[in-house]
Design a protein around this ligand. Structure first.
Ligand code: GUN
Length: 280
């Protein structure tokens, strides 16, 4: 293996240490803890784990969490009533509505209701638009975490070719915007991209956010590239990334593992956004 492993777990722990100190300074100054409201609708097992990890992350750095668990058949009206209440609540600096929501609830309507200043996921149209225009805003957590991991290599991003595979609103699109802000030359690929390997082979930075187990193989990667694997694919009780780690680690210069790469950074960035929202 030639690639250096980017240890997301370690970097997340170091960052959380800094956030804890920041939260303590906030408490001294404002005589209250920063607060994050977490809303989960239904019983989806994966979502329950994510929400549990978010609440535990708050505890770790000294953010007060307000968890709201709603029944799977809660009405959209009731959910929006809760969001309005949290928007008004001065103890709540950030609001997170865990996705996906049940089919009878319109995700866009719900996310549009969030006060943009409290939208720590950066899922609202207003925050996504601010990110596009390069205006100060809360940046989407997973892409922001990826940027931190790339920066941890010490490699200057300016002018590098960055290729993002995947065009989701949660990862692909905001990831491309953040890479552009770092002065990368950015290409977004997706399921209709022709000759994908030809494009990915040009990438100095390759971000895989496709949602397909071990999709990126060694022959798709440029020698020495920084490879960031956003994938979380469960198969027979095991977690797999979107990157074939065995093959790609022989070619890349740097690579994130799954688990222990991007995952721990996402929640860390959520905590960072909550502090940023509290101080705003
Ligand atoms: N569902 C999957 N990923 C996320 C995330 O980052 N935030 C929220 N709110 N829901 C998700």
């Amino acid at each position: 293996m030639s690639a250096k492993i980017i240890d997301g777990k370690k970097i997340a722990e170091q960052t959380r240490g800094k956030l804890k100190a920041e939260a303590e300074a906030f408490v001294k100054k404002y005589k209250r803890q920063p607060g994050l409201a977490v809303v989960l609708v239904g019983e989806d097992p994966a979502s329950k784990v994510y929400v549990g990890n978010k609440v535990a992350g708050c505890e770790q750095v000294g953010i007060k969490s307000f968890a709201h668990y709603l029944a799977v058949d809660v009405t959209q009206v009731k959910l929006i009533e809760l969001i309005d209440k949290l928007n008004r609540d001065k103890a709540v600096d950030g609001i997170l509505v865990q996705l996906p929501l049940p089919k009878h609830i319109d995700e866009r309507t719900v996310l549009a209701r969030l006060d943009p200043k409290k939208d720590v996921d950066c899922f609202s149209v207003s925050n996504a638009g601010a990110l596009l225009l390069g205006e100060p805003c809360l940046a989407a957590c997973t892409p922001a975490g990826c940027i931190e991991l790339i920066k941890s290599t010490g490699v200057s991003m300016s002018g590098l070719n960055a290729v993002v595979i995947g065009r989701s609103n949660i990862v692909g699109k905001p990831m491309a915007m953040l890479l552009l802000q770092e002065n990368c030359t950015v290409t977004i690929c997706h399921s209709r991209t022709k000759d994908l390997a030809k494009v990915t082979k040009q990438a100095d930075i390759l971000v895989a956010a496709i949602g397909k187990k071990e999709f990126v193989t060694g022959d798709m990667v440029k020698s020495g590239a920084i490879v960031i694997d956003v994938g979380i694919n469960r198969h027979e009780g095991k977690l797999y990334g979107d990157v074939n780690f065995g093959e790609v680690s022989k070619v890349a210069g740097y690579i994130t593992p799954v688990p222990g790469g991007v995952g721990p950074m996402t929640i860390t960035m959520l905590l960072a956004n909550t502090l940023k929202a509290a101080r705003a």
